[in-house]
Design a protein around this ligand. Sequence first.
Ligand code: SF4
Ligand code: SF4
Length: 351
Amino acid sequence: MDKNWSEKNKEMQSLLSRETTFGSAVDLLLELREDIFERIGQIVSNYPREAFYQMPFPGADGYHSKTLAYSIWHIFRIEDIVAHEMIAGDRQILFADGFCDTVHSPIITTGNELSGNEIAEFSRQLDIAQLYQYAREVKESTDRMLKRLEYTDLKRGFGEETAEKLRKTGCVSADEKANWLIAYWCGKDIRGLIRMPLSRHWIMHTEAMFRIKNKLCKMARKGVDPIAYCGFSCNHCFLGEWCGSCRTPYNACSFARVSPGGKCPNAVCCAEKGIDGCYACDSLETCEKGFYAPSNDGAAAAKAQAMYIQKHGKKAFLKAHDRLHEKYDFAKTQEILGRDCMEGLRILEEN
Ligand code: SF4
Ligand code: SF4
């Protein structure tokens, strides 16, 4: 489990057990949820549609055997049911805000009953932007509910009446892979529901999403030139687990994400010129386009690397990078190559 999330979660649970620290527990819970939700948002905005229905670990024992789309649906469907049918006693967001139609889900259940290819098929049908919007509204509505909770509410439990109500909604499948959920939830008080599913459940499924997207990025990069258009080495990039290379649809380069259309201007320019990368361009040394804009802190390092490739080729460049990484402990190349491209080139040539 992510160490930071796991520690926050542990601290939150302990603060929750005393009336004097209850307010701090809620604040910490909201902070944890915000943090996790931000990471889910990064996944949603970084990857192509196909990423959301791929199953890179089919049949694996664990949540990573699902898809990205299923994981989002499942986390927030469960939260919607628990927060509204059980804790708040009002209408679920799925029905109140019309997401039933816009998400295009063929089911209204939690999805626990689905397995194998059914999960991939289900995921393929979802509108991911709407799914994310649904997730956001569920999160925000639960956050508001958590802020209204009082310490004395934590001991409120649920009985057969709630279980019957949940069965009637049809939101939990009668399939044995799913129907245990009702007894599981109703066996808890609100404190127990905060633990599962309002916090720990998020962590478990979001971590599984990380494993899925890491694997998808790795698969996307397989057989693809590991040199980015600007001259960076994808093999040595600190964003390697998030980015599937600017040469694939799994491009999550932070510079590309903030550029028009999510496309790196250097990649666009290379495509227009019909060249393999900026290292094949006559204007490289003086270029200030895209990643090479003087205001970008990685500009000189990127250019130094492209200049090295221009002089010595890609093979030598990758070897020089291996040596640099053996010698120094660094994440971003600019930490070593500095802010001057000629100096950066010299450092690469000396190593
Ligand atoms: S951010 Fe750039 S260098 Fe890093 S993996 Fe993505 S395309 Fe490659
Ligand atoms: S003009 Fe600049 S961005 Fe375009 S290919 Fe040449 S070096 Fe790259």
